[in-house]
Design a protein. Structure first.
Length: 169
């Protein structure tokens, strides 16, 4: 029985590997930027849904410079990837991210605020703003329904077809 359980766990972990690999960006800077954006979105959803405005404002104030720098990275990513449609795609991504996180919160019901509200204490307890990137990466907050760093199409014809579209899983 123990071997069967171990085999099941191993197969589950192996089958998850492609999904995890698929969600990795080619650039560590891009990956980090999306993770910090997901953290910011999670905290915004918590602030709105759980009435944690004071903690959210403390987060924004404390990490303002880092969040602004992260926003510039995200903007650059979308401009590079989508050209003139970059701002539209960036706005779409941020909206889809917030909506996905809000749906997750709704699915949790009354447990959402108590289960997730402690993240404010954790993020505000960081010793320095430079720890924000590692903290965001460790939280794994990018919902599976949101694709980040989609692979670039290999042919120019494929690239023209996908330009301006955000693909979903």
């Amino acid at each position: 029985m123990r071997r069967l359980m171990s085999a099941a766990v191993a197969l589950t972990m192996l089958s998850a590997q492609p999904v995890l690999a698929e969600r990795q960006c080619a650039s560590l800077a891009d990956q980090s930027a999306f993770e910090v954006q997901a953290l910011r979105s999670e905290l915004m959803v918590l602030a709105t849904g759980c009435h944690n405005d004071a903690q959210y404002n403390a987060f924004i104030h404390r990490f303002q410079g880092d969040l602004q720098a992260n926003e510039r990275l995200i903007n650059a990513y979308f401009q590079h990837r989508y050209g003139r449609a970059g701002q539209t795609e960036h706005d779409r991504f941020v909206t889809e991210l917030a909506n996905a996180m809000s749906r997750q919160g709704s699915d949790m019901g009354g447990d959402f605020c108590p289960r997730n509200g402690l993240i404010f204490n954790e993020v505000l307890a960081l010793d320095s703003p430079t720890e924000l990137t590692d903290f965001a990466a460790g939280k794994n907050l990018v919902p599976a329904s949101i694709e980040i760093c989609a692979p670039v199409a290999s042919s120019s014809a494929s690239a023209r077809k996908t330009q301006g579209k955000v693909t979903k899983k």
